[in-house]
Design a binder for this molecule. Structure first.
Ligand code: IPE
Ligand code: IPE
Ligand code: MG
Length: 224
């Protein structure tokens, strides 16, 4: 049975869910938060150490201003409401991606990271304004600036996920089979699961089924 340390999720399908059931994309984003809470709980039950959630990509700025604004207000309210509870559950929050939001949100993110920084039960990496290409470009620039050799170990050192093992499982919900600029380096050997369900419909049962399947996969890493 494969050990399971890190699950990464592309939480896709909120907009379509919202349009289908509530005639509003934003309603889908709100519903998606409930799934986030379910999956956090289930990750703890499964003793997973790292959960990386793709919440906003560097490309998502192309969306209508109204939707972008709603997404960040949702995040702000979620953190304000839940950070103490997450802290009590010994969850550590880490933001991956560039924090260039409103002053208030930037502050809230930094405070939330600080508050939970010593927690050891589950680390949630929230990918916000995250893009794998930007992350890699930044790493190469750092290597050049510091005149360091280009090798795997040194590249890793400058990734936002330094000190985090690569994801064992990568899940994308929403019936689309692509990576959308998510963890391109880190997912080199991840087991990838494309899930038909839209994110707000994804549940503990679906998650556990993926985990169970993963545990029985023969992972070769190039070997036989
Ligand atoms: C993913 O859901 C959440 C974010 C990108 C913020 P989408 O908003 O992409 O939902 P669909 O793919 O349009 O249904
Ligand atoms: C990927 O979903 C980003 C997040 C889930 C945050 P998108 O819906 O933005 O991806 P594309 O644009 O359809 O590839
Ligand atoms: Mg989408």
């Amino acid at each position: 049975m494969n050990p399971l340390t890190h699950v990464a999720i592309i939480m896709d399908g909120n907009g379509r869910w919202g349009l289908k059931y509530k005639n509003s994309r934003n309603a889908g984003h709100k519903a998606g938060l409930i799934t986030v809470e379910k999956i956090i709980k289930e990750s703890i039950k499964n003793k997973i150490q790292f959960l990386t959630l793709y919440a906003f990509s560097t490309e998502n700025w192309k969306r209508p201003k109204k939707e972008v604004k709603f997404l960040f207000s949702l995040l702000e309210n979620f953190l304000k409401d839940k950070i103490d509870d997450l802290n009590k559950q010994k969850i550590k929050l880490k933001i991956i991606g560039k924090k260039n939001f409103s002053l208030n949100l930037n502050k809230l993110l930094i405070i939330s990271e600080k508050k939970t920084s010593k927690n050891k039960r589950l680390q949630i990496n929230l990918a916000l304004n995250y893009g794998s290409k930007a992350e890699l470009i930044n790493a190469f620039k750092e290597l050049k600036k510091n005149k360091e050799t280009i090798n795997e170990k040194n590249i890793r050192k400058y990734l936002q996920t330094k000190n985090i093992p690569d994801p064992d499982i990568l899940i994308r919900t929403g019936n689309t089979k692509r990576l959308s600029n998510f963890l391109l380096w880190q997912a080199a050997y991840s087991e990838i699961f494309f899930e038909k369900k839209l994110w707000p419909d994804f549940n503990e049962k679906n998650y556990n089924k993926i985990i169970k399947n993963y545990k029985n996969i023969k992972r070769n890493f190039g070997n036989i």
